[in-house]
Write a protein that binds this ligand. Structure first.
Ligand code: HEM
Length: 136
């Protein structure tokens, strides 16, 4: 069997936390419209319960991501790698800001735009990670 390493455990934790953050948003996007008609009074409780899982997951993502970067010799990387990394970091920042706007905003626009941008930027950050991990 291939031996587990600290590196493989770090990537595993990064991806499990990404699955919670991104997967949870997609599952909620499917559930919320049904909940809005079936049990509108439960919406806030469900949203808060998800936030209590999603934000710790984001902390794990940032921690394991920074840990990963610390194992790379970033100074030796080529321009393509650096540009991809910068775009990924921008997407992470935008996803966090959009999700905060989604949670804190009261208007329909803040909810809809914040939620949609939060998910899209998270997906873009995830694809940026795949590009970085599989750069030759
Ligand atoms: C400050 C935040 C983040 C940092 C510093 C970071 C850093 C990294 C790095 C350096 C890699 C390259 C692979 C490796 O570590 O071995 C990576 C991979 C990856 N990241 Fe992140 N990341 C961050 C946030 C995110 C977020 C928010 C997502 C998605 C929502 C994400 C999804 C992924 C995915 C899917 C991979 C590919 C793993 C693979 O294919 O092996 N990352 N990340």
């Amino acid at each position: 069997m291939i031996s587990p390493t600290a590196n493989s455990i770090r990537v595993f934790l990064h991806l499990i936390a990404v699955a919670i953050w991104v997967g949870g948003q997609i599952v909620l996007a499917g559930i919320v419209p049904k909940l809005r008609t079936a049990a509108p009074e439960a919406l806030t409780t469900v949203a808060r319960a998800f936030a209590r899982i999603a934000w710790p997951a984001m902390i794990v993502i940032v921690f394991t991501g920074a840990w990963g970067l610390s194992t790379e010799h970033v100074g030796d990387k080529n321009t393509d790698y650096m540009v991809t990394l910068m775009i990924k970091m921008l997407m992470v920042g935008a996803a966090i800001i959009a999700t905060i706007i989604h949670s804190a905003g009261a208007s329909k626009l803040a909810k809809a735009l914040g939620g949609a941008l939060g998910l899209l930027c998270s997906l873009a950050a995830a694809y940026g990670g795949v590009l970085l991990a599989h750069a030759s």
